[in-house]
Write a protein that binds this ligand. Structure first.
Ligand code: DSN
Length: 423
């Protein structure tokens, strides 16, 4: 993965130097942040194309600016492919990222002051699911469901139902950014229908796993709406996506809410990148990729279990693991993140359910396999990386051992260069 940067190099050496530095960091280190991935050169080319020059407010065939023959064609391709990938009747590909996709969906599905029932943030929910620091938490009333058993990940569905009956939410929101298990989608839909709520699932983390058909698709269980990012397991450009299973009225409300409700001109270069990435995800090879993500996460889980490092929910059924490094190894999440950075492993510190520490230095680390699987890692390499994570944390003060581990990581990264294409 090397970009042609000849113009930046001449014109702006400072920016050039930083991009090249990042390129080297990505090439020589191991990316384990479960929400990151590497895109193909084809996606990069679309992102860096002349489409960045174009304003296209509005939708296909009804824009507020002229000159849309090619942008219309691109947006149509992106929508058709997204619908095919997820079994949706309607798709809006204009959200700039996952947070605006969620905000646009909330405003489409609710009125200010309405209630939404979502996953407890400490149990894996996302900031945009109503954290008090977000602006939307001042507009809508967020109420919570949570896990019944932190060691198995079982959701408290009866508690969810009781809260729904009491609070009468307009929307029941499933989805997460730090939860390693699958949800019982049929139960969500059953409860939503019982209380007359719309069912919405934020699939940002697992979109690629759904597209690859290696985990369940919430639409198959009757969910009404799904929001997503396009750059995580789905392996596309940075961006957002809203899908509607079949309700045309909801789809129209969502379109209005995205534009003109929330956004201005869509980023057509990124929509072209989405179209290309969705095309890649429709190929049979993407299914193999998604399968391997799960196998690789299982291989890492086995090492953590063998080494007796506690995993929240006891392990993983998707692409990510949340480990209690403070409880098991006496290393805080922040320290773990820093020490692992030093040996070339990038992951993120994370709060865990019932955490007694603070968000800026929590008890856990969160890591996953989407990016290293793109590089071609299989179970053997992933198990080795898991061993190296634990060894580094156990030897955090041993500079010599850390240097040796760093050398091994660079060697491993060089053996599996970031590919240019996947199909
Ligand atoms: N920042 C993303 C993640 O890491 O899960 C979600 O927004």
């Amino acid at each position: 993965m090397t970009q042609n940067l000849k113009f930046i190099k001449k014109q702006d050496p400072a920016v050039y130097k930083a991009i090249v530095g990042e390129e080297k960091r990505q090439a020589e280190g191991l990316e384990l942040i479960p929400s990151e991935n590497y895109v193909s050169q084809a996606v990069l080319e679309a992102n860096g194309s002349v489409l960045t020059n174009k304003y296209s407010e509005g939708y296909i065939g009804r824009r507020y600016y002229g000159g849309q023959e090619f942008t219309d064609a691109i947006e149509k391709l992106a929508i058709e492919r997204a619908c095919k990938l997820f079994g949706a009747k309607y798709a809006n590909v204009q959200p700039l990222s996952g947070a605006p996709a969620n905000v646009a969906a909330y405003f489409a599905l609710m009125n200010p002051g309405d209630t939404i029932l979502g996953m407890d943030l400490a149990h894996g929910g996302h900031l945009t699911h109503g954290h008090p620091v977000t602006s939307i938490s001042k507009v809508f009333k967020f109420v919570r469901y949570s896990m019944k058993n932190i060691e198995t990940g079982e959701i408290d569905y009866e508690g969810l139902r009781q809260t729904a009956l009491r609070e009468k939410p307009k929307v029941i929101l499933a989805g997460y950014s730090a939860y390693p298990r699958e949800l019982d989608y049929a139960k969500f839909v059953e409860i939503a229908r019982e209380v007359g709520a719309i069912s919405m699932m934020d699939i940002a983390h697992i979109a690629g796993l759904i597209a690859g058909k290696v985990v369940k698709n919430p639409f198959d269980y009757g969910f009404d709406v799904m929001t997503s990012t396009t750059h995580k397991t789905l392996r596309g450009p940075r961006g957002g996506l809203i899908l509607v299973r079949e309700n045309e009225e909801l789809a129209k409300k969502i379109d209005k809410s995205v534009f003109p409700g929330l956004q201005g001109g869509p980023h057509m270069n990124l929509i072209a990148g989405k179209a290309v990435a969705f095309g890649e995800a429709l190929k049979p090879s993407f299914k193999k990729y998604a399968q391997q993500i799960l196998k690789n996460a299982k291989a890492m889980e086995e090492v953590f279990r063998r080494e007796k490092v506690r995993m929240i929910t006891g392990g993983t059924s998707n692409h990510l693991i949340l480990a209690d490094v403070w409880g098991s190894l006496g290393v805080s999440g922040k320290e773990a993140q820093t020490v692992l950075d030093e040996v070339g492993i990038t992951l993120n510190m994370n709060m865990i359910a019932g955490d007694t520490r603070k968000p800026m230095d929590p008890s856990g680390i969160r890591f996953g396999t989407p990016a290293i699987t793109t590089r071609g890692f299989k179970e053997k390499e992933c198990a080795r990386v898991a061993e190296l994570i634990i060894e580094t944390l156990r030897n955090k003060g041993d500079e010599k051992r850390k240097k040796e581990i760093h050398v091994e990581i660079i060697k491993l990264a060089k053996k599996f260069p970031i590919p240019d294409k996947f199909i």
